[in-house]
Design a binder for this molecule. Structure first.
Ligand SMILES: NC(=O)c1ccc[n+]([C@@H]2O[C@H](COP(=O)([O-])OP(=O)(O)OC[C@H]3O[C@@H](n4cnc5c(N)ncnc54)[C@H](O)[C@@H]3O)[C@@H](O)[C@H]2O)c1
Length: 390
């Protein structure tokens, strides 16, 4: 019996030892699970912190847009601006975007730059399409501002055949689009349709004095035929057209090397080079500031005036006056030199804007001095950036 009791004690002892061992192993196992969970939690916390940091950096780096008005759907228009990456086009895009419309820019970047509109890229109301208007375009919009066309002599003379194609085929494509989708189309025409005018100032009723085979004809006649097309589509297909005859315009984002009076004089003055006047300097020009032009274009588009309207500033100055004004504003010491007059360069140019005043209630408001100040500041910044890149 005592042996049995002894045996029982031994068995119980063994069982106790085994049970204790099992318990310790379970505890150990539980501990290692907890440790694993804890280290995983720590890892997640670090990842979470990192993500939060990245999110806040992204928030800080998020593109900030200019304030855009909110327009209810019934007032919000889908608007196409061809040539919207150019000088005038980009200012027009700014205005239409700020008004709260949905804007699509079509441009082939011949003279335009993405930089002119980069502040809108990514905005929910903005779209950019790289496209040449000499090919048809299929898009749904309510209004078309058709500006695509090189505008300064060195640009439009660079490839005259392409300039004519852009003016004719490009305008025909946009009119075809306007016809299909029943949109209103505004053509950015030009005071060049008056050529070297024999009537002064120029009224819309004046038919012009253009050399059809001269070096500027690709542009002048191109715009004349573009106007003709507008009225053919209007009378034959009831397309709603607006024609703006734009006079010389200046402002920030104009091409520094476009060979035109304002840009030439500013650049020469800022760089201390001689200011070149072609001819005796007695030829006159009238310049409007770009925001005045843009206001006029929008007013014309939204009016019911379907015949051509001059949009320009009638304040007339001789080229010599401009040279002196710009030299003074830039505080330059550049000398003024005269060179031979350019072929077919008009002697006088001044719009009669009675029609725009009467029917659009529009007149230019930006004084020449403040327009020049803003343009000179832009040229200075561009030159500084150029020299920084060298
Ligand atoms: N700036 C002025 O003083 C002035 C005067 C009269 C008329 N205009 C007219 O206003 C419009 C805009 O002139 P701007 O001074 O802004 O010139 P710009 O050269 O700065 O702009 C023209 C734009 O059209 C684009 N473009 C040219 N050909 C194209 C094509 N085939 N397809 C697509 N895009 C094309 C260019 O890349 C550019 O972005 C032009 O139609 C011009 O004839 C301007």
């Amino acid at each position: 019996r005592s042996t049995k009791i002894l045996l029982l004690i031994v068995v119980l002892g063994i069982l106790a030892v085994v049970a204790t061992r099992e318990l310790t192993m379970d505890t150990l196992a539980n501990n290692s699970v907890i440790t694993a969970i804890l280290s995983r939690l720590q890892l997640l916390e670090t990842e979470n912190k990192k993500l939060k940091e990245e999110l806040s950096t992204a928030e800080n780096n998020k593109k900030k847009y200019l304030n855009v008005r909110f327009l209810a759907e019934k007032d919000r228009k889908r608007i196409l601006v061809t040539g919207g990456a150019g000088f005038v086009g980009s200012h027009l895009v700014d205005k239409l975007m700020m008004m709260g419309h949905e804007v699509t820019v079509v441009d082939n970047f011949f003279t335009g730059r993405k930089r002119n509109i980069e502040h809108w890229i990514g905005h929910e109301n903005f779209e950019l399409i790289h496209h040449d208007v000499i090919s048809p375009l299929f898009i749904e919009v309510d209004q078309i501002y058709h500006l695509a066309c090189p505008a300064s002599p060195p640009h439009y003379m660079y490839n005259p055949v392409k300039t004519i194609k852009t003016s004719s085929m490009g305008t025909m494509n946009m009119l075809g689009l306007a016809k299909r989708i029943r949109a209103t189309m505004l053509l950015a025409s030009t005071s060049e349709v008056y050529g070297d005018p024999q009537e002064h100032p120029q009224k819309e009723s004046y038919w012009g004095h253009v050399n059809p085979i001269g070096p500027r004809a690709c542009y002048d006649e191109g715009k004349r035929v573009a106007e003709t097309m507008c009225y053919a589509y209007a009378s034959q297909d009831n397309v709603k057209v607006r024609v703006a005859r734009i006079f010389n315009t200046f402002g920030p984002r104009m091409h520094m090397q476009d060979g035109r009076v304002v840009s030439n004089f500013i650049l020469q003055s800022l760089q201390g080079e001689p200011i070149t006047i072609y001819g005796n300097g007695e030829q006159t020009r009238s310049f409007q500031y770009v925001t005045d032009l843009v206001d006029g274009l929008v007013a014309l588009m939204n009016s019911d005036v379907n015949s051509p309207v001059n949009i320009g500033n009638p304040e007339e100055h001789t080229i010599s006056e401009f040279a002196h004004l710009i030299r003074n504003y830039t505080q330059s010491k550049s000398e003024i030199v005269h060179k031979q007059a350019a072929t077919d360069d008009p002697r006088k140019r001044k719009p009669d804007i009675t029609k725009a005043q009467q029917y659009l209630n529009w007149s230019p408001v930006v004084p020449l001095a403040s327009g020049l100040e803003r343009t000179i500041a832009y040229f200075k910044a561009e030159l500084q950036q150029e020299s920084g890149n060298k």
